[in-house]
Design a binder for this molecule. Structure first.
Ligand SMILES: NC(=O)C1=CN([C@@H]2O[C@H](COP(=O)(O)OP(=O)(O)OC[C@H]3O[C@@H](n4cnc5c(N)ncnc54)[C@H](OP(=O)(O)O)[C@@H]3O)[C@@H](O)[C@H]2O)C=CC1
Ligand SMILES: CCCCCCCCCCCCCCCC(=O)[C@@H](N)CO
Length: 320
């Protein structure tokens, strides 16, 4: 192996996970507990948090381990500060996993759904990272790396129809991760960003209820895995020291065209894939545009939309 694969040793450490009452957050909490960490989980709904704590408890490996929850809406800055104050000692690992999407066409989204997209996907991570880093910065720097982990999505690498309420905020998290990684150097804190592909969760079931068919078609390359598999994959990548983490093949390929100054996983392979994708990108976009025109051809437009797009006229693609 070229990498040291035990870089995420969390035995006896404090791991705080937001959005861990269900889905991926809960799967990560179980995985962290089974590796000997002390786990604190955060979400808004208390009964679901209580049930999650009981679930996590089953993975205990030491008598001295603790698992607890704090119910809070961490899209509110003062609530994120309260969570950090109530936890006591600063976490060694802060995973900002809370988030969700309402996939719909832009004009069909309400302004409340747009606002909650920003709050749930961006503010929750922004305010927790802010409160968390301030708390971590006050403690003496330990020997081991500490971590702040953001949860973005493959839709950051390739954004497409149906994800207007969600993808821009996941892109903001990548940017926040890149900025914060620089600022965390003096504290020996690693900043990791996870770009998950589809996985099964309560949130995934709900988003599929409103997801347009064309969105389902485009994201077909990312077949859902289970939340437990996704959590294991993320921990394996953290163990290898990777900071830009994808959870499926298409995610890894697409990440290569968007690396900017972020850390690489495989410098040579990703540079090569980036060149191929730069050549192939416009061809793909041409195919997708054709699919989208067909989708709109059969889509019931509202009366006020007097100029519906058709497959052959209007909205001509000028990009290629
Ligand atoms: N599922 C998928 O296919 C993919 C998901 N992702 C991302 O991975 C992460 C986990 O996804 P998934 O497991 O599907 O999510 P779920 O929707 O199943 O769970 C979301 C969690 O976040 C909590 N949460 C939401 N808003 C807040 C808030 N304001 N304050 C505190 N907690 C909050 C929820 O609890 P409560 O409602 O009680 O607050 C719940 O615990 C998300 O960031 C998601 O965007 C990325 C790629 C793919
Ligand atoms: C050169 C261009 C090639 C393009 C290939 C395009 C393939 C797109 C795959 C996109 C997968 C998106 C997963 C979304 C997961 C997610 O975040 C949601 N489930 C929300 O929770």
């Amino acid at each position: 192996m070229f990498w040291n694969s035990n870089q995420f040793n969390i035995y006896g450490k404090i791991v705080m996970i937001t959005g861990a009452s269900q889905g991926l957050g809960l799967a990560l909490a179980k995985a962290a507990f089974s590796r000997g960490a002390n786990v604190v989980i955060i979400a808004r709904r208390e009964p679901i948090l209580q049930k999650a704590v009981a679930d996590i408890e089953k993975f205990r490996v030491s008598e001295t381990q603790t698992v607890s929850y704090i119910a809070a809406d961490i899209s509110i800055a003062s609530e994120a500060e309260r969570v950090m104050a109530e936890t006591g000692p600063a976490p060694d690992v802060l995973m900002c996993c809370a988030g969700s999407s309402v996939p719909k066409l832009f004009t069909e989204l309400t302004s409340e759904e747009l606002t909650s997209g920003v709050a749930t996907n961006y503010f929750t991570a922004l305010y927790m990272a802010h409160a968390g880093l301030k708390a971590m910065a006050k403690t003496p720097i330990p020997e081991h790396h500490r971590h702040i982990v953001f949860f973005s999505s493959v839709v950051h690498f390739y954004s497409f129809i149906g994800y207007c309420q969600y993808a821009p905020l996941k892109s903001a998290l990548r940017s926040l991760g890149d900025c914060l990684r620089h600022e965390c150097i003096p504290y020996n804190i690693k900043v990791d960003v996870v770009f998950a592909g589809n996985f099964l969760s309560e949130g995934y079931t709900i988003e599929n209820l409103t997801k347009p068919e064309i969105t389902k078609k485009i994201e077909g390359a990312s077949q859902p895995i289970t939340a437990d598999e996704c959590a294991e994959k993320i921990i394996r990548e953290l163990d290898r020291g990777n900071q830009m983490i994808t959870t499926d093949f298409i995610g890894f390929v697409l990440s290569s065209m968007m690396l900017s100054g972020s850390p690489r996983i495989n410098y040579l392979a990703q540079t090569f894939i980036a060149i191929l994708l730069a050549l192939f990108g416009p061809v793909w976009e041409w195919l997708v545009t054709k699919d989208i025109r067909n989708f709109y051809k059969n889509y019931p437009m509202t009366e006020s939309e007097t100029c519906p797009l058709s497959a052959k006229d209007g909205n001509e693609d000028t990009s290629t």
